[in-house]
Design a protein around this ligand. Structure first.
Ligand code: 5GP
Length: 346
């Protein structure tokens, strides 16, 4: 048994110290980044925000709404291959990752899409990125898709980040147990505070010319600035994007004078009982659900939410004097705090 006595931090444990800056307005802050990758020769430029491949978040409707922002969507695994092919057809700059797990059905679906169109970005997604079988699957995916931008995860430690980069991942997804509808930490006692996971994994990946995506745990727009400040190249969101028209989750209505207005939407983890009943015919005997089902307020179109996130980020950049995203970690000093804000009106 071993105890690591170094403090490990979540977004809520820190704030970013303001720094003198030459930026006079937040419109001078550039939130687009141009990246080259370790394995793929494809270059990418855009706003490095990724909608999670949860079935109510990683939708084609979300992809269409994200396109004007230059942001990305990791499409969920349950799209019909023809619909994926249709979205990807003729668009070399399609802003989507096609997602697979390690199961053969997913790989067959990918083969069906690849028979029709080029798939430039792939996301290989498992709950636990620590198995030998997963590393082998990443290597095989790289072998079969030498020029695709491949994202793989999730992990939370440097040595496993390195293993995935060396196996063929361009982007490593970082985060275990930090998700809004995740119950892994309660159920298993396993996890890692998200900010420290990002800092440690980004350092490991960058040393190998790899990149990382901070996945899970963002609650407010300021958390994205903290994730980029910790070295994340991309940030993935689930819960912060829930409840919008593009999610396609089940709506709940209130009835007033014969009029039905949407008030909330169902949102659930991909390992929740809801998801397992929907896609796997129930929860298998040998496992327990590691996700929960919640109702979130209905929020209309996602456009305003992305605007707010982008606006928060630009504003953060003017407070610390970062003209572009790449400069954020260089301009970031985290300070440990015991409260985030004034709570008088909570
Ligand atoms: P959020 O942005 O909602 O905090 O986190 C989203 C992330 O939570 C997803 O991208 C995924 O990695 C993770 N996640 C989604 N569903 C589940 C689940 O059912 N169980 C666990 N352990 N994690 C989940």
């Amino acid at each position: 048994m071993h105890i690591d006595l170094n403090p490990k931090l979540d977004f809520r444990d820190v704030l970013i110290r303001p720094k003198r800056s030459v930026l006079s307005s937040r419109f001078e802050a550039n939130i687009k980044r141009s990246l080259r990758f370790r394995h793929s020769s494809r270059a990418w430029t855009g706003f490095p925000l990724i909608a999670s491949n949860m079935d109510t978040i990683g939708t084609l409707e979300m992809a269409k709404a994200f396109k004007p922002f230059g942001a990305l969507v990791a499409l969920h695994k349950f799209h019909h291959p023809d619909r994926l092919a249709e979205y990807l057809a003729g668009d070399e700059d399609a802003n989507v990752f096609v997602t697979v797990g390690t199961g053969s059905a997913d790989w067959e679906r990918l083969a069906a899409v690849k028979a029709k169109v080029k798939v430039p970005m792939l996301n290989i997604d498992v709950a636990n990125g620590y198995t030998e079988a997963f590393v082998r699957a990443v290597a095989r995916l790289r072998d079969e898709n030498p020029d695709a931008i491949i994202m793989a995860g999730t992990v939370v430690t440097a040595e496993m980040t390195e293993a995935l980069v060396l196996a063929g991942a361009d982007i490593v997804r970082v985060g275990i147990g930090s998700g809004s509808v995740c119950t892994t930490r309660d159920l298993t006692g396993v996890g890692y505070p998200q900010l420290s996971a990002v800092i440690e994994c980004a350092d490991a990946a960058h040393g190998l010319k790899g990149h990382v995506c901070s996945d899970g745990g963002c609650v407010v727009p300021g958390d994205l600035a903290k994730a980029y400040g910790g070295g994340a190249d991309f940030v993935m969101l689930g819960g912060m994007l829930a409840g919008h028209d593009e999610c396609g989750g089940e709506l709940r209505y209130a009835e007033q004078n014969g009029h039905k207005t949407p008030t909330s939407m169902v949102f659930y983890g991909m390992s929740s009982e809801t998801a397992m009943n929907k896609y796997h015919g129930g929860v298998a005997d040998y496992r327990a659900a590691e996700g929960k089902t919640v109702e979130v307020p209905y929020r209309g179109e996602v456009h305003a939410t992305v605007e707010k996130i982008a606006g928060g980020l630009r504003s953060a950049m003017t407070y610390i004097g970062a003209e572009n995203l790449k400069e954020i970690p260089k301009r970031t000093t985290f300070i440990l705090v015991n409260a985030q804000r004034n709570t008088v009106f909570d």
